[in-house]
Design a protein around this ligand. Structure first.
Ligand code: NAD
Ligand code: MG
Length: 382
């Protein structure tokens, strides 16, 4: 029996994880946390009987506590407190954004295994997360489909036999468009992802290709390979999730219809593999797999992310926080689609990177990047 805590339980990944956990007698959900979604938390609490609950938003926590007739923790430190108090063995971090970093660090510092969907943890504070895993001895089990695939392709191949890792990208809804064609993109158009149904922030990141950029940094951190050994290829069908290119030229690929329950289940039931009711790939009908190089001129966010990764230190934290602010502004009508890239570039120019030596350093870089985006947005409105 594994005692599982789900952070971000009311989101796209969190709800699919609840479905996976409900089907596995081996997994007991003991703790649930989210941001402010009262109805979602109450429903998940009733469905699982989880004992430890938290909502970071205090008013939402009070309302959920009243509906359930039992305590719901709240406040900024609530997630980290839940991780340690609940006696969980395994924590799924499916919070969106750098808000998930503290809980990742708490989990690993406590020596617990971390099923990590919150890629922003590794982007903003990668070196701290890896150091916490080394100190505590817990495993980092990636939930991001590409990284789950890469971990499986790599198996126990020694690193010196790996020539590169290949991350696939669907290309998002605007694959093949020119910059001029992206100028008047609406929120609705950007939220219409061709192959995956996900939370709003990652869906916009998929449309700008920032998501792929964050994933390049995530892969660099997880698999300890230089940026020059991480390739991105656009693959519109989202059937090949990742490939390891070995030094003899062999490419080991991981395939399947896009379904996040597969990597979620792999991380939650590791090292076992349990059945998942995902649609199998069938060979009774013909289908093709297409691949093309990414367009780094049109989708400059991917290029900015790789540059920030190579710069190191707090540059990826600045990139990530600026992107979170810019995407939030785009989603609420406060800026245009192409301005997301411009705002991130501005923040990277405005906030000089420093060495990443503490959680506070990440928080400072994160806040400075958000302030740089906010002031650029208010200048634009003036
Ligand atoms: P989502 O928006 O659907 O859900 C986010 C969850 O986080 C919700 O439960 C929300 O209440 C909670 N949350 C938000 N802010 C919070 C805060 N400050 N404190 C605590 N909880 C907070 O997002 P999602 O699509 O499920 O994505 C979650 C994470 O998984 C992201 O990092 C994303 O990049 C990653 N991911 C998602 C997918 C996918 O298919 N959705 C695939 C790969 C990786
Ligand atoms: Mg992914």
């Amino acid at each position: 029996m594994k005692r599982l805590a789900i952070l971000g339980a009311t989101g796209s990944i969190g709800m699919q994880a609840l479905e996976v956990a409900a089907a596995q007698a081996e997994l007991e959900v003991v703790a649930l946390a989210a941001g402010s979604n009262v109805a979602g938390l109450v429903a998940a609490a009733r469905a699982t009987g989880a004992e430890y609950l938290a909502l970071t938003d205090p008013a939402a926590a009070a309302q959920a506590a009243a509906e359930l007739g039992r305590p719901v923790q709240s406040g900024p430190g609530a997630l980290a407190a839940l991780v340690t108090e609940s006696g969980a063995d395994l924590v799924l971090n499916a919070v969106v954004g750098a808000a998930g970093l503290e809980a990742s660090l708490t989990t690993l510092n406590a020596g617990l295994d971390l099923a990590l969907a919150n890629k922003e943890s590794l982007v903003a504070g990668g070196e701290l997360v890896l150091a916490a895993a080394r100190r505590g001895g817990g495993l980092i089990l990636p939930v991001d489909s590409e990284h789950s695939a890469l971990q499986q392709c790599l198996g126990d191949v020694p690193r010196e036999q790996v020539a590169s890792l290949v991350i696939t990208a669907s290309g998002g809804p605007f694959r093949g468009r020119t910059r001029a064609e992206l100028a008047n993109i609406t929120v609705e158009q950007a939220l219409a992802h061709p192959t995956w149904t996900m939370g709003a922030k990652i869906t916009i990141d998929s449309a700008t290709l920032m998501n792929k950029g964050l994933e390049v940094i995530e892969a660099h951190m997880l698999f300890d390979l230089p940026y020059s050994a991480i390739e991105v290829v656009v693959h519109p069908q989202s059937i090949v999730h990742g490939m390891a290119r070995l030094r003899d030229g062999a490419l080991i690929a991981h395939l399947g219809h896009p379904d996040m329950r597969v990597p979620i289940s792999y991380a939650l039931t590791y090292p076992r593999r349990e059945a998942v009711p995902a649609r199998p790939l069938e060979w009774t009908e013909a289908f093709s797999l297409d691949f093309e190089p990414p367009d780094l001129e049109t989708f400059g966010c991917l290029r900015l992310a790789i540059e920030a990764g190579e710069a190191g230190g707090t540059a990826p934290a600045v990139l990530n926080a600026a992107n979170e602010s810019a995407v939030a502004a785009f989603l609420t009508g406060g800026t245009g689609f192409l301005e997301i890239e411009a705002l991130v570039a501005h923040a990277l120019d405005a906030v000089a990177p420093v060495a990443l030596d503490s959680f506070e350093t990440v928080v400072d870089a994160d806040l400075a990047a958000r302030a740089a985006v906010a002031s650029r947005l208010s200048e634009a409105r003036a």
